[in-house]
Design a protein around this ligand. Structure first.
Ligand code: FE2
Length: 207
């Protein structure tokens, strides 16, 4: 069986300072993300899985194919693996600003303006009770973008939606620096969003 490995963020742990601090990045990546990778590998081994890492999104899109006794664990660890992999990619020290191009056009269509989109997305993030994620997703069925939230490590892929941008609002993502002030974390995170990456992802999917 090919094991999943811990995906490396494309920048150093202190690169997102002051918005996301070095210690949070280190623990988030080396401890939390690693634990999802390990949990995913262990669970796949339990059920004799032979899936290649490339196909994690296929697994998340078709959880019914996983034996019921292990399904929750795959949903949790597999989601945690993939959600965090995307999270690192969608941030960048030179991030922030606006998406521009086709994605911004689409945001204007569905959310009136980028500023309005930011406000709605932020409000959704703040409204999540307990642990979860806020997402900008692409709904392939209707060829449109949407904002959704998921609990715990649930993945948009399991809802038949493709995540373009995700914000981790688990306390482990911000508590060291922001304590209970999730609103400050969310506000600061916009400064490191890698819109180039998110826009490219969108361009590949939409038509
Ligand atoms: Fe996390």
């Amino acid at each position: 069986m090919v094991l999943y490995e811990l995906p490396k963020p494309p920048y150093s742990y202190d690169a997102l300072e002051p918005h996301i601090d070095k210690q949070t990045m280190e623990i988030h990546h080396l401890k939390h993300h690693q634990s999802y990778v390990d949990g995913l590998n262990n669970t796949l081994e339990e059920i004799g899985g032979t899936s290649h890492p490339k196909y994690i999104t296929s697994i998340l899109s078709d959880l019914k194919s996983i034996p019921e006794s292990s399904r929750n664990k795959i949903q949790f660890f597999g989601g945690g693996y993939e959600n965090h992999r995307l999270f690192w990619e969608t941030m960048n020290p030179n991030g922030g600003g606006t998406p521009g191009g086709k994605l911004e056009d689409s945001i204007d269509v569905y959310f009136e303006s980028f500023e309005n989109f930011k406000e709605i997305f932020s409000n959704y993030s703040l409204g999540i009770q307990g642990s979860g994620w806020c997402w900008l997703v692409f709904n392939q069925t209707f060829n449109k973008i949407e904002i959704i939230t998921t609990q715990n490590q649930d993945s948009p892929w399991s809802l038949n939606k493709i995540p373009l941008l995700g914000l981790d609002v688990w306390e482990h993502a911000y508590y060291l620096k922001y304590q209970n002030r999730r609103n400050e974390y969310v506000l600061s995170w916009w400064n490191v969003v890698n819109w180039d990456y998110v826009s490219n992802r969108f361009s590949e999917l939409s038509h």
